[in-house]
Design a protein around this ligand. Structure first.
Ligand code: URA
Length: 212
């Protein structure tokens, strides 16, 4: 087990584990405020054992840069932790059985990292959080999601998958627009945290003065 994920996991009904080199765990600080959730590893991620290190990862890095988000400060993971493939040669999108089986790992990651905002990248990840939604109508908007918890609502802000820019360069501006929503949300949260901290420090100080 690493990060709660079995490195020899063979739960998948489609047996994609037969072709995998590595289970691709989430990566990033264990208490990150932002969590990005992609679809599934591709060949380069399967080789490296890390999410978003291939061509889509390069675009993700550029988008984060443009939006003022530091990759070292966010947690990046996928819904499906092994590379979906039928033959070991070509990649394919994960199917519903794979998403369903693997999502236990994602739910455990979310509970452990406890991010302030989760941004699903693309249709597959978005439909996990907001079933039957169309990505073009939910992208950039805030949603509440409870997952396995009745008590705790989490903020979800979906965006298009960065790989879109690999097929259509014109999509780049749209992708930046989406990523900037997350950057903005993060900055707002940081100022709220700062105000809260200043208040706490102030009242501590006042309390001390009263005691003197
Ligand atoms: N690489 C990943 O890790 N996830 C994706 O969704 C696409 C590429």
């Amino acid at each position: 087990m690493i990060n709660g994920i079995e490195i020899n996991c063979r739960r998948c009904p489609t047996n994609i584990w037969k072709y995998r080199r590595m289970v691709v765990m989430g990566s990033g600080p264990p208490n990150a405020d932002i969590m990005f959730v992609g679809e599934a590893p591709r060949e380069m991620e399967d080789r490296a054992g890390k999410p978003f290190v291939g061509p889509a990862g390069k675009i993700l890095n550029r988008l984060m840069n443009e939006a003022g988000i530091d990759r070292n400060e966010v947690y990046i993971t996928n819904i499906v932790k092994c590379r979906p493939t039928n033959s070991g040669v070509t990649n394919r999108a994960p199917n519903l059985d794979e998403v369903k089986t693997c999502s236990d790992y994602l739910l455990a990651e979310i509970e452990k990292v406890d991010p302030k905002v989760i941004s699903p990248l693309g249709r597959t990840a978005t439909n996990f959080f907001i079933p039957n939604s169309s990505i073009s109508s939910v992208r950039g908007k805030e949603f509440e999601w409870r997952g396995r918890s009745i008590w705790k609502a989490r903020t979800i802000i979906p965006q298009y998958h960065p790989a879109m820019a690999l097929y259509n360069k014109n999509m780049f501006d749209v992708l930046i627009e989406d990523m900037k929503v997350i950057g903005e949300y993060n900055r707002e949260q940081e100022s709220i945290n700062l105000i809260y901290k200043n208040h706490k420090d102030f009242y501590k100080e006042v309390g001390k003065e009263k005691c003197l």
